[in-house]
Design a protein around this ligand. Structure first.
Ligand SMILES: O=P(O)(O)OC[C@H]1O[C@H](OP(=O)(O)OP(=O)(O)O)[C@H](O)[C@@H]1O
Ligand SMILES: O=c1[nH]c(=O)c2nc[nH]c2[nH]1
Ligand SMILES: [Mg+2]
Length: 165
């Protein structure tokens, strides 16, 4: 059973608008030394932020959600995350960007690694919201956000026909 009963599709246009709104909010709180994107979801927001905020120093923290049933994979595991590439230092003066916080699992582990970074996301759900310093849009915990890079144009069944099924 999935805990998600609602869909929240986001177009490229909406994502661009929301990422620009986040840039405005973050500009007011600068100056910043650079941006650290949490892969992979943080990469597109990071590209928009660095353009709007005239930031040239972009780094990545590369993570994969860790399945503890995976064989032989104990190296570089922090909580539920496998760290493929970290970042030196405590994050002071840096924006740490991800596309969203949901349960807060990813944010919690990365905040331990970079406790002084300013954690920003475009979208936040209630469980993850307390871990974020700046975000733009809140959606309910039972909503699944659909990002434009995960979607393609396809035929949409008319609502009346869906009811027949
Ligand atoms: O708050 P949480 O419950 O941890 O969920 C949020 C994380 O989940 C998604 O990443 P995902 O692990 O799906 O990987 P991806 O960014 O590589 O697509 C999203 O980009 C966040 O990083
Ligand atoms: O595309 C996504 N949408 C979501 O709502 C979500 N929550 C965790 N990970 C997610 N990925
Ligand atoms: Mg992610």
């Amino acid at each position: 059973m999935t805990p998600y009963s609602k869909d929240f599709p986001v177009s490229w246009h909406e994502l661009h608008r929301d990422a620009r709104a986040l840039s405005w909010r973050l500009l007011e709180q600068g100056p910043w030394k650079g941006i650290i994107a949490i892969t992979r979801g943080g990469l597109v927001p990071a590209a928009i932020l660095c353009r709007e905020m005239d930031i040239r120093l972009i780094d990545t923290i590369c993570v994969v959600s860790y399945d503890s049933s995976e064989e032989g994979g104990a190296a570089n595991v922090q909580g539920d995350l496998r760290i493929l590439k970290g970042v030196e230092g405590d994050g002071e003066g840096y924006i740490l960007i991800d596309d969203l916080v949901d349960t807060g699992k990813t944010a919690r582990e990365i905040r331990k690694m970079l406790p002084k970074a300013h954690f920003a996301t475009i979208y936040a759900k209630p469980a993850g919201k307390p871990l974020v310093d700046t975000f733009i849009t809140e959606v309910s915990q039972d909503t699944w956000i659909r990002f434009p890079w995960d979607m393609e144009y396809t035929f949409s069944t008319p609502l009346a026909d869906r009811q027949k099924g």
